[in-house]
Design a protein. Structure first.
Length: 465
């Protein structure tokens, strides 16, 4: 750390805030303990502005000792240094916490910064995945539970950790980079690690944030709690800088929001996500946030993600994962589509197709090219597909209510009504419609409803060969 530069930054900072009042108080106190207490206030206050310069605990310790020298303070022992360091590293006094000092009798002031655009150098977007996931920005992946959002995110993680090509064949990063995974739903040992293994990730470059240790400066006690956003951004930012992290995965976002954040309130979410955008910009890491779909249906794809619209508004790119509408959901091997919901930093990229290929007890992702479907079309297909299956079921119940009928006749009637063969077969499977060959009717297949009390899953030969 450049000591002189840091102190100049502190001096410039305090000349525009009431931190100068804290300095006067330090110099005016005669009691050593009071001087030390005010010194702690000063270090916490000034740390707000220099925190991006301090990457390690050693940097923070050096910063604390420099303030002692600057203020000609003597008698600052290791215990006091430890208290101040833990206060900075674990509590990370933010502007909102500085307002708490104001309630304690220390005046706070606001200083707005303005800059002419002539002083801003134009920059081009850097990409983790060209056209899809930008570096230094937040990207969202939405989808229903169980649609393989987490598996897809770990596929991206494996590619980043090894420097491999991205799913569409374009080059990845210029070198292997670290990955930080924050997961609240999947186990590290039984799910995340095995999935990364089949995705051929470099495990030495993949890390997980499991909890946060909090030190109480007054009692000296420590405790652990789950990670909370935005409270833990400073610790996360320091880890990103120290471990060459190129990708951070937050899965799912809602599990890491603090009690004070209302995920359905626009203003609350913008305040919570603003520090995340700052951290992404400061570190250059790509932030991939996973969300579940809400319980709605239809409409625009941008409105299907859980929580406030501010979440996707804050993201610079967003995608959704959904089952391929051309595949029968009852057949098991359903392809997935990775479709762009919005992107602010480039044109919308192509929708990509993938399928889950079993490897042992887990699956790897096999990418299979492009699809013409858009995100909004997938949302519409989700609704129409459900309605079509309901219509097909109603048709079958009516067509077969008087007994078995030749399959060819039923299929012709369904086609005349606009019911596709795939939709009809899906409804047949759902209802448990049997394929039979009645005696005396030759080799033709007939359709028949299940017997009363016969569950669809108990029906044999529900679909003809």
């Amino acid at each position: 750390m450049n000591s002189a530069g840091t102190l100049e930054k502190v001096e410039a900072f305090i000349t525009h805030t009431s931190a100068s009042n804290i300095l006067e108080q330090i110099r005016g106190e005669s009691g050593e303990s009071e001087r030390h207490r005010w010194w702690l206030h000063f270090t916490l206050w000034s740390y707000r502005d220099v925190r991006f310069k301090l990457a390690t605990e050693a940097d923070v310790t050096a910063f604390l000792r420099e303030t002692c020298e600057k203020l000609n303070l003597s008698g600052i022992g290791e215990n006091t240094i430890h208290t101040a360091r833990r206060a900075i590293l674990d509590l990370h006094l933010s502007i909102s916490q500085a307002e708490d000092l104001g309630e304690a009798g220390i005046e706070t002031e606001k200083a707005c910064e303005f800059i002419p655009l002539a002083d801003v150098a134009a920059e081009s977007i850097e990409w983790l995945w060209l056209g899809y996931i930008p570096m230094g920005k937040m990207t969202i992946v939405d989808g229903d539970p169980g649609v393989s959002k987490s598996t897809a995110a770990l596929d991206f993680a494996a590619r980043v950790s090894t420097g491999r090509k991205m799913p569409d064949g374009t080059a990845g990063l210029d070198r292997p980079r670290g990955v930080l995974i924050m997961s609240a739903e999947d186990g590290l040992a039984d799910t995340i690690r095995p999935r990364l293994d089949v995705a051929k990730a470099d495990m030495d470059r993949v890390h997980s944030m499991t909890s946060t240790t909090v030190h109480n400066g007054e009692t000296g006690e420590t405790s652990e709690r789950p990670a909370i956003l935005p409270d833990d951004f400073p610790q996360i930012e320091r880890f990103i800088r120290c471990n060459d992290i190129g990708l951070v995965i937050v899965d799912p976002l809602m599990a890491f929001l603090g009690d004070k954040t209302n995920s359905w309130n626009d203003q609350s979410m913008r305040r919570a996500l603003f520090p995340l955008s700052q951290m992404a910009d400061a570190t250059g890491a790509a932030i991939l946030v996973v969300r579940h779909f809400n319980k709605g249906s239809g409409g625009k794809a941008t409105n299907r993600g859980g929580g406030s619209i501010a979440t996707i508004g804050n993201a610079r790119a967003a995608f959704m994962i959904a089952p391929h509408p051309d595949d029968d959901p009852n057949q098991g091997d359903v392809r997935r589509l990775f479709a762009c919901t919005k992107i602010n930093v480039a044109g919308k990229p192509s929708t990509l197709v993938y399928r889950l290929v079993p490897e042992g007890k887990h699956c790897r992702i096999q990418w299979e090219g492009e699809s013409p479907y858009t995100a909004d079309q997938l949302i519409a297909a989700e609704v129409s597909g459900g309605n079509q299956r309901k219509s097909a079921s109603a048709f079958l119940l009516e067509a077969l209510k008087d007994g078995p009928r030749p399959t060819v006749d039923v299929e012709e009637e369904a086609s005349e009504l606009g019911i596709s063969e795939r939709t009809l077969n899906s409804a047949r499977k759902k209802l448990g419609v049997k394929a039979i060959k009645p005696k005396g009717k030759g080799n033709a297949w007939w359709m028949s409803l299940p017997e009363p009390g016969e569950a669809p899953e108990d029906v044999k030969g529900a679909v003809s060969p």
